[in-house]
Write a protein that binds this ligand. Structure first.
Ligand code: NAD
Ligand code: UFG
Length: 331
């Protein structure tokens, strides 16, 4: 298939580009570099041994989006492009709704006009809100606590409605849990600007000595050691899930939702201790206040993806911690 990767220069998109090439697909990346850098493209080219077609484009621009579809004759789209910082979305809700909703509307409009019928969308476990029951299954109720989460839920609704109205359309909604890790080459990985919000990029900055210590947000949760529990998944496993998802979308019609997680929950201290052990490096930390909006525990039931897509995560927490550090120490 010839597949457009919106936001393909980003963390998950860049790893997915590599797995799609390995699986024999043709890919085209579109990105506006609002949260990535052009040198990622060079790294992708180096890993796949070929120059990948790239277009600098903002998908909130309707004309540019239509023009790209007119030129390129895609078979499918994987729509990663979006703003993703939960805290920032609370202070900049207009920018979040505009970017994350307008881009999706422009893409589905262009898909309809140019008869492109297969789409995979980057959704998030955040749409489950505060879990009432664990593990989380795709059919469980959804709700949101911040504008970022609402953009994911609204996009899920938009894509469901668009698919209902168009019998040719096929959409797979992927609800990611917590991607960490990096490509084994150490060439690409997660490299956020400024002080990271997420746990693993914060840990690697502490390990490098750029930040003095990790703040562990709360140790009084009803979890095994009192710290928050999440379903961390290696980004390469996640990327492989997209290959299965887009191939599934091509053969089916309608909307399907899949959790992409490992089904296993690890605490913040599990991550800190594993990272220190496998990389033989100290991560100083202190216990801090709980962070607003955090839930105690969140992990997937990954059974549906295993049964329907024949996908499951294979990499261990040791792999995730080693590969995160392998990338971070060189970048
Ligand atoms: P990322 O920020 O690294 O990648 C997103 C890419 O999209 C960036 O390269 C950015 O420049 C680009 N982009 C943003 N708006 C754009 C626009 N209007 N036009 C063109 N390009 C645009 O993020 P990521 O971690 O790779 O996440 C990819 C997707 O997965 C996002 O939609 C995110 O919300 C979702 N997601 C991420 C996580 C996570 O923890 N990383 C979890 C759940 C869901
Ligand atoms: N944490 C710390 N200290 C930090 C950062 C995080 O203790 O400096 C803790 C959090 O309290 C939480 C765990 O580490 O218990 C994971 O936090 P992250 O910020 O890494 O991830 P979240 O689970 O909060 O959220 C992430 C993405 C969301 C996405 C969600 C579910 O940031 O966009 O996973 O996919 F919606």
């Amino acid at each position: 298939m010839k597949i457009l990767l919106t936001g393909g220069a980003g963390y998950i998109g860049s790893h997915t580009a590599i797995e799609l090439k390995k699986a024999g697909h043709e890919i085209v990346i579109g990105d506006n570099f609002s949260n990535s850098k052009p040198d990622v493209l060079e790294k992708i080219n180096q890993i796949v041994g070929q120059k990948i077609e790239f277009h600098e484009i903002d998908f909130t621009n309707q004309n540019d989006t239509l023009k790209l579809f007119e030129e390129c004759h895609f078979d499918a789209v994987i729509h990663f492009a979006g703003l993703k910082a939960v805290g920032e979305s609370c202070t900049m809700p207009i920018e979040y709704y505009k970017n994350n909703i307008d881009s999706t509307l422009n893409i589905v409009e262009a898909m309809k006009k140019y008869d492109v019928n297969n789409l995979v969308f980057s959704s998030s476990a955040t749409v489950y809100g505060i879990p009432k029951k664990l593990p989380l299954k795709e059919g469980m109720p959804t709700s949101c606590t911040n504008p970022y989460g609402w953009t994911k839920l609204m996009n899920e609704q938009i894509l469901t409605d668009v698919t209902r109205a168009n019998p040719k359309f096929s959409v797979v909604l992927l609800r990611y849990f917590n991607p960490i890790g990096a490509h084994e080459s150490g060439l690409i990985g997660e490299d956020p600007n400024g002080i990271p919000n997420n746990l693993m990029p914060y840990i690697t900055k502490v390990a490098k000595g750029v930040l003095p210590e990790l703040n562990v947000f709360g140790n009084d949760y009803p979890t095994k050691d009192g710290t928050g529990v999440r379903d961390y998944i290696h980004v390469v496993d996640l990327a492989k899930g997209h290959v299965d998802a887009i191939e599934y979308a091509e053969k089916h019609r309608g909307v399907e939702i899949f959790n992409l997680g490992t089904g296993v929950g690890y605490s913040v201290l599990d991550i800190v201790n594993t990272f220190s052990r496998v990389n033989n490096i100290k991560v100083p930390y202190r216990i801090a206040e709980r962070r607003d909006g955090d839930v105690a525990e969140c992990y997937a039931d990954a059974g549906k993806a295993r049964e329907v897509l024949n996908w499951s995560a294979t990499k261990t927490l040791d792999d995730m911690c080693k590969d995160s550090w392998n990338f971070a120490k060189n970048n």
